[in-house]
Design a protein around this ligand. Sequence first.
Ligand SMILES: [Zn+2]
Length: 64
Amino acid sequence: MVDASRLGVHQGQLGPICDFCGARLTFGQALPIDEKWACYECYRELTGAESSVDGKQVEGLPID
Ligand SMILES: [Zn+2]
């Protein structure tokens, strides 16, 4: 269950607030990290999960 004191209204609906930058989010946008909510940008920064997401080519791989 989500702590109601940490919720805000965003885009007309009740939703979580990013615990890292304070952005108001919808449940669809909020990404859970441990017991906290993060927006997509904070999530990416915190997890470092950006290199493989945007389809960047990795150079230097041997191709057999
Ligand atoms: Zn954030």
